[in-house]
Design a protein around this ligand. Structure first.
Ligand code: GAP
Length: 439
């Protein structure tokens, strides 16, 4: 079972490169650990994931607004947030042959190197933030950091949003964007990266209502994975954090975990951050960050409930969850059974041959379908069977094939990815029929 699941990660990694989802970053120079680039289908998949998150967390609610803050922020932000002091992992180094470095909390035996058996050093705290300098002078005043989480952008802009928007507590500020962590050990493909993309929402609530809202967002976020992304519920679970594993800012946290090939691991974290962040930024900046309730006139620092997740982690979850192989006519068919809203291409339009008389009607069908769906026009790549297999591998739910009969009967064939079943449909009713099939 374990080998099969490990095998799955290798197969998905290979598919991602072969089919243009993910490439190792700067590969022609040997690459750099924990950094990946996204190819055309990867980009499309990620845009869909971001879009679905934004729709659920922002657009379908009237109590959440968006924000895009900078990736670089000055040192005082990270001193106030506690990251300069606390955003550390325990690092141990091999004193034997291999000299590799490990996270002590990921090892069962912290005395012996798991690679070469040599002795390990005492753990030391390693800060994971990437440091840089802003401006031409590299002195302590110019120190800045690449953000390790997008969340601080929401806290330092809390007053700006409050003063410029008609928001009232409870309300949320949402952001999607890159974050950076100099992870000691990266790995499991795009599961743990050094540059990744987060989608976070800080939901500001009156103190005393935080636990109720925490429970609300845990349920909301879990439901999103099954309902919006089509992830199998049997591979999802909730895991509340023990007191000793809570981040320095959190009073409580629950992870949405997925059963990855290497075991259950965090997909998303939903934390109760209390008023820690607003309080500490108020202290360090000297600015008043309190909120005054317009009805009761009560003034207070709101508490914060935060659902936080990585796009890359959702992407690998979708791919692993969707990957399937089956035997068809003595050959292995690889198919990504991606949810229709996540799939990079929703409909592939495939003329049976490159003959001129088929290209005209095929392009007409493409243009009509493009108004509603993400469409790929595919007239290359050999015979139609090979083209279907390629679309199966990138998870395209439907192929629409234009053949020589189309010229006579003005009808096309819809071929469905999962069952491979085909049906003949008049071009005039094609959009309506696809709408029904996608419903
Ligand atoms: N603002 C809270 C925060 O950043 P976190 O649990 O450290 O909390 C939130 O990160 C989410 O970001 C994780 O659940 C995961 O989905 C994603 N994430 C964190 N570190 C990551 C990494 N090194 N590579 C990819 N994704 C990561």
């Amino acid at each position: 079972m374990i080998t099969e699941r490990q095998d799955l990660m290798e197969k998905v990694t290979a598919l991602c490169k072969r089919r243009g989802f993910v490439y190792p970053s700067s590969e022609i120079y040997g690459g750099l650990g924990g950094l990946y680039d996204y190819g055309p289908y990867g980009v499309a998949l990620r845009r869909n994931i971001r879009g679905l998150w934004w729709r659920h967390v922002v657009d379908l609610r009237d109590d959440v607004v968006g924000l895009e803050a900078t990736i670089i922020s000055p040192s005082p932000v990270w001193e106030a947030s506690g990251h300069t002091e606390n955003f550390t992992d325990p690092l141990v180094e091999c004193r034997g042959k291999c000299k590799q470095r490990f996270r002590a909390d990921h090892l069962e035996n912290t005395q012996t190197c798991p690679v070469c058996g040599g002795p390990l050093s005492e753990p030391r705290r390693f800060n994971m933030m990437f440091k840089t300098h802003v401006g031409p002078v590299e002195d302590t005043a110019s120190v800045a950091y690449l953000r390790p989480e997008t969340a601080q952008g929401m806290f330092v802009n809390f007053k700006n949003v409050l003063n410029s928007m008609r928001v009232r507590v409870p309300f949320g500020i949402a952001q999607q964007g890159r974050s950076f962590r100099n992870e000691i050990t990266h790995g499991n493909f795009i599961f743990r990266l050094r540059e990744f993309e987060q989608m976070e929402m800080e939901f500001f609530v009156p103190p005393g209502e935080d636990e109720r809202w925490h429970a609300f967002w845990i349920e909301e976020r879990l439901r999103w994975y099954t309902d919006a992304l089509g992830i199998r519920s049997a591979r999802l679970r909730l895991r509340p954090h023990d007191a000793e594993e809570l981040s320095h800012y959190a009073k409580a946290a629950t992870d949405v975990e997925y059963l990855f090939p290497f075991g259950w691991a965090e997909l998303e974290g939903i934390a109760n951050r209390t008023d820690f962040d607003l309080r500490t930024h108020q202290q360090h900046s000297g600015q008043d960050l309190t909120y005054q309730d317009p009805e009761t006139n009560e003034r207070y620092l709101p508490y914060v409930v935060e659902p936080a997740v990585g796009v890359d982690r959702i992407m690998i979850t979708c791919l692993l969850d969707a990957y399937d192989e089956e035997e068809v006519k003595g050959e292995t068919r690889v198919v990504l059974r991606l949810h229709r809203d996540v799939a990079p291409v929703q409909v592939a339009v495939t003329p049976l041959s490159k003959k001129e008389e088929l290209i005209g009607p095929a392009r007409d069908v493409q243009r009509a379908l493009q108004t509603v769906y993400r469409v790929e026009y595919d007239q290359t790549g050999g015979n139609i069977g090979r083209r279907y297999r390629r679309q199966d591998e990138i998870g395209t739910p439907f192929c629409v094939t234009i053949d020589f009969e189309t010229l006579e009967d003005r009808a096309v064939t819809i071929r469905e990815r999962d069952s491979m079943a085909q049906e003949r449909v008049p071009i005039a009713g094609l959009l309506d029929r696809l709408r029904e099939r996608f419903a």
